[in-house]
Design a protein around this ligand. Structure first.
Ligand SMILES: Nc1nc2c(ncn2[C@@H]2O[C@H](COP(=O)(O)OP(=O)(O)OP(=O)(O)O)[C@@H](O)[C@H]2O)c(=O)[nH]1
Ligand SMILES: [Zn+2]
Length: 297
């Protein structure tokens, strides 16, 4: 066998692994070695493939994974596009903070998209926009328009980077994907036709090419479990707390009742949103009690 290429697994179909390489899309089978090691290639995996004498392609090696998120899982996620709805389900800062904390813990960057803004009253929308402006200020890109998002997203996805959608069920992930896909399909038209892909009836994870990288469809994120996070590390996942923590008197300050705490000072000065601080405290309780609160189940 001769070495052929490296690539990214973009979908799994009936025992075949479709691998996107610089030379195009290759349909491969995993070689027996994986059966022995019980290691299964997953969507998002960077892999090596080889071609045998008959021209059949085999997936022979999986490169180390950066992470695995969602269910079904996507490997090597670089960035999450978090879809949060203005209504149906109701906009919730608590939920937003949970998602952001979870992904910060996973080491994945997040951009936020507000869906269903067309379904709320102007004053409610203004209120939500105001709240989202805070998140923009602390470093999360916020998209309020899907047109702007569809235009900017391809340019934001770096070489072979993997973005994935996330958000509550019903938030509008598939709707957004289909909207963006309509554009993306122009770039990937040749490949789509060669594989004869239509609408999928089964729900599974698949990457599609967007910009210089990939966007993954909707892995489920039902109840986010924050309990594996170390209690004293939680504050490090709140971007604005982390930035201020250097100004706290004590190293390892948890921003609770410690004297000369820069985070509490910023909270009192109104620079940190009270809702963020309250959510931080609620998550601390959740982690120390080791269970997801009843109302979130
Ligand atoms: N008016 C309006 N309706 C929307 C918008 N986004 C999504 N919807 C509707 O909301 C419903 C749920 O949207 P989906 O895209 O299926 O939501 P999802 O996040 O993919 O949900 P799951 O597949 O359960 O995870 C559908 O009926 C969509 O038509 C929006 O921006 N405006
Ligand atoms: Zn502090």
């Amino acid at each position: 066998m001769t070495e052929l290429a490296e690539g990214t697994v973009i979908s799994l179909i009936a025992g075949y692994y479709d691998v996107e390489t610089s030379a195009g899309l290759v349909r491969t089978r995993a070689r027996g070695v994986f059966r022995k090691t019980k290691e299964k290639p997953q969507v998002g995996d960077r892999v090596k493939i080889k071609l045998d004498d008959q021209g059949l392609a085999y997936l022979v090696e999986i490169m180390p994974r950066k992470n695995r998120i969602g269910r079904p899982a996507v490997a090597n996620v670089d960035h999450v596009l978090l879809v949060i709805s203005a209504v149906e389900p109701d906009f919730s800062l608590q939920l937003l903070d949970r998602f952001l904390t979870f992904f910060a813990w996973q080491g994945v960057d997040v951009a936020i998209y507000l869906s269903k803004s067309d379904l709320v009253q102007v004053d409610r929308l203004a209120e939500i926009k105001d709240q989202l402006a805070y998140y923009q200020k602390i470093g999360y890109p916020v998209y309020l328009s899907r047109d702007v998002l569809a235009e900017e997203l391809p340019g934001a996805i770096g070489q072979e980077r993997i973005w994935t959608l996330a958000g509550q069920s019903g938030a509008g992930k598939s709707t957004l994907l289909n909207f963006i896909k309509a554009d993306a399909n122009q770039a990937t038209g040749a490949i789509s036709t060669s594989l004869n892909r239509g609408r999928h009836t089964t729900r599974r994870v698949e990457l599609f090419k967007l910009g210089a990288g990939f966007l993954a469809d909707t892995p489920g994120f039902s109840a986010i479990d924050l309990t594996p996070i170390k209690l004293n590390e939680l504050c490090g996942y709140f971007a604005e707390f982390k930035r201020l923590a250097g100004g706290c008197k004590f190293r390892g300050c948890q921003h609770l009742k410690e004297p000369k705490c820069a985070v509490k000072e910023a909270l009192e000065a109104g620079e940190i949103a009270q809702s963020r601080y309250d959510d931080y405290l609620a998550m601390r309780t959740e982690i120390s009690e080791g269970r997801i609160p009843e109302y979130l189940k």
